[in-house]
Every structure is written in C-alpha cells, then in structure tokens.
Design a protein around this ligand. Structure first.
Ligand code: ATP
Length: 208
C-alpha cells in the first residue's frame, strides 16, 4: 500500500513528517510520497518559490527510506487539482494497488468543497490525521458510507474508504514557522536541521 501527502510545504516541518511516519507504521505502508503543490487552487500563493519548497521537501525526506518526493504537480501547467494528480498516479500504479491520501483534520473539514471529491474517493482511500486545535465531534453523514474503523480493511480495497488516524500531536504549522522567522526567531526543532539550515542559507521568510 502506497500513501501520498500533498501540501504547500512552505516549509515542510515535523507536523508533516512525524504524523506521516505514524501512519506509515500503523498501516504498514511501503512508501509515502510527498507531493508539493505548484499553484495551490484554494489559497494564497506560497512565500518560498516552487524550487525552494521542493528542495526543502527533498532535504527533509532523505533520512527516511520509505519517504520520497513526487514533483508531478510542478510538471503540469496551471492550477493543480488533486483529482488530476491522483489520475496520473493511478495511470502509473494501476487500478489494483491500494492507495491512501493523507490529509490533516483541518484540510479534511473542507474536503467536500474540493473539485470532484467523490471522484477522488474512487481513486484513493482517505486517511485523516488528527491535528491539534481541530477536534472531531461527530462523524458527518456524508462520511458514513466511506468510514472504516479497521486499518486492515484499507489493504483489501484499492480505494474508497475513509480512516481517521491518531497521530503524534504536534502543534506546528508552516505559518507559525514563517512568523517566527520574520520576527528574527529560530525555527530550530520545529523542522529538520537540514531544512532549518536551508531556510537560513537562503534567507527565507525573513520579511513578513
Ligand atoms: P500553512 O500554515 O502554511 O497553512 P501547514 O503547516 O498547514 O501550512 P500544509 O503544507 O498546508 O502545512 O499542509 C499539508 C498537509 O499536512 C495538510 O493536509 C495539513 O492538514 C497537514 N498538516 C500540517 N501540519 C500538521 C500538523 N501539525 N499535524 C497534522 N497534520 C498537519
């Protein structure tokens, strides 16, 4: 079973990396692909350039053999929609391989506003990671047909299930890191040393 995790990664931090590892261990994943988004359709444009964000993701994943970087959203012109990314991954891995898309609970809250979200769930499972500050009160009606409690079920189908994963709670966001740096403070211990050194070397996020 393969998983993907998309994001702006502006910059990538331990709140991305540790939950991804928790989920890899819980689901016995063979690979987790980090997919930086080129032009995020739903939000403001990133501060660091696409090349810089990609470089930081590459630095962050080198210590973990099952982690890799997939830059396919950079190869495509225009807005990168998740459903298109998933179609292109499916073309490569075939329809039988079990595929999971990891998203944090914050992103999950707007999932039904994503382009063709039902189509997304035909192409992948959804694994929703807990995130500090975002509590789940009850399972919404639309979730129920997809909901699965037992992670072993994910391996039995290639797509179409939704699983809530409990992960290490790290109250870190890229916004917080950018704010810290713009105030002249350090991002040490919020992300890997290699990413932190890259940020310093390239003077990223120094101006608010
Ligand atoms: P920003 O603060 O710039 O909005 P972010 O820290 O939320 O960025 P993104 O690149 O937007 O990071 O997130 C990519 C994915 O990782 C999203 O699905 C998001 O929910 C998830 N994620 C980010 N930070 C955490 C965290 N601390 N714990 C769990 N999931 C997280």
């Amino acid at each position: 079973m393969i998983a993907i995790i998309g994001g702006t990664f502006d910059p990538i931090h331990f709140g991305h990396l540790r939950p991804a590892l928790d989920i890899a261990e819980q689901l016995a994943l063979k690979e987790v692909r980090f997919i930086p988004s080129a032009t995020p359709p739903h939000r403001w444009q990133p501060v660091a350039s696409t090349e810089q964000r990609l470089a930081m993701v590459k630095l962050a994943v080198t210590d973990m053999p099952i982690f890799s970087v997939d830059d396919r959203e950079y190869q495509r012109e225009g807005a990168s929609y998740t459903v298109d990314t998933l179609k292109s991954i499916r073309d490569e891995i075939g329809s039988d391989e079990s595929l999971c898309m990891i998203i944090g609970f914050d992103a999950f809250q707007s999932f039904t506003q994503w382009r063709d979200w039902k189509g997304i769930l035909k192409l992948t499972h959804l694994v929703v990671s807990s995130r500090p500050g975002y509590d789940q009160h009850e399972i919404e009606d639309w979730v129920k047909p997809y909901h699965c409690n037992n992670p072993k079920e994910l391996n039995k189908k290639s797509s179409g299930l939704l699983y809530f994963a409990n992960v290490t709670q790290l109250d870190i966001s890229a916004t917080f890191i950018r704010e810290q740096i713009s105030k002249g403070k350090s991002a040490q211990f919020l992300t890997s040393n290699t990413v932190n050194e890259y940020i310093i070397r390239n003077k990223l996020y120094e101006i608010e």
